[in-house]
Design a protein around this ligand. Structure first.
Ligand code: ZN
Length: 114
């Protein structure tokens, strides 16, 4: 089930599907994206038509969660130009590992119960 909210480093983020998520650059440029993470708004937005492609939607959601982890740990502060590549690498890799190892998903689910 698509989550309505996610807790990342103790902060609750609203997760919502949007028809055309938009990213606003500091210079005012607008880019249409598949998803975005906003620490200021405590929001993760995912493009709504991705619900027809669940694996891609999950991948984009993981991608945005990793931006959230980076945001709360400041890990990308010194390497902002590498953030997108690092987030992409790990979210794509994790999506593949989870897809190819369903028993790992079960194990993680059982092991990480609060
Ligand atoms: Zn990104």
């Amino acid at each position: 089930m698509f989550p309505k909210s996610l807790r990342i480093y103790g902060h609750d983020y609203k997760v919502q599907r949007q028809k055309y998520p938009k990213l606003y650059a500091p210079n005012g440029d607008v880019t249409h994206v598949l998803g975005f993470f906003s620490g200021n708004e405590q929001l993760i937005a995912i493009r709504s038509d991705l619900n027809k492609r669940p694996a891609q939607e999950a991948n984009i959601l993981l991608h945005e969660v990793m931006h959230g982890i980076g945001y709360h740990t400041n890990i990308f502060v010194d390497i902002p130009d590498k953030e997108e590549r690092i987030v992409d690498t790990f979210s794509n890799g994790l999506t593949m590992v989870l897809r190819d190892n369903p028993e790992l998903v079960d194990y993680l689910k059982d092991s990480c119960k609060a």
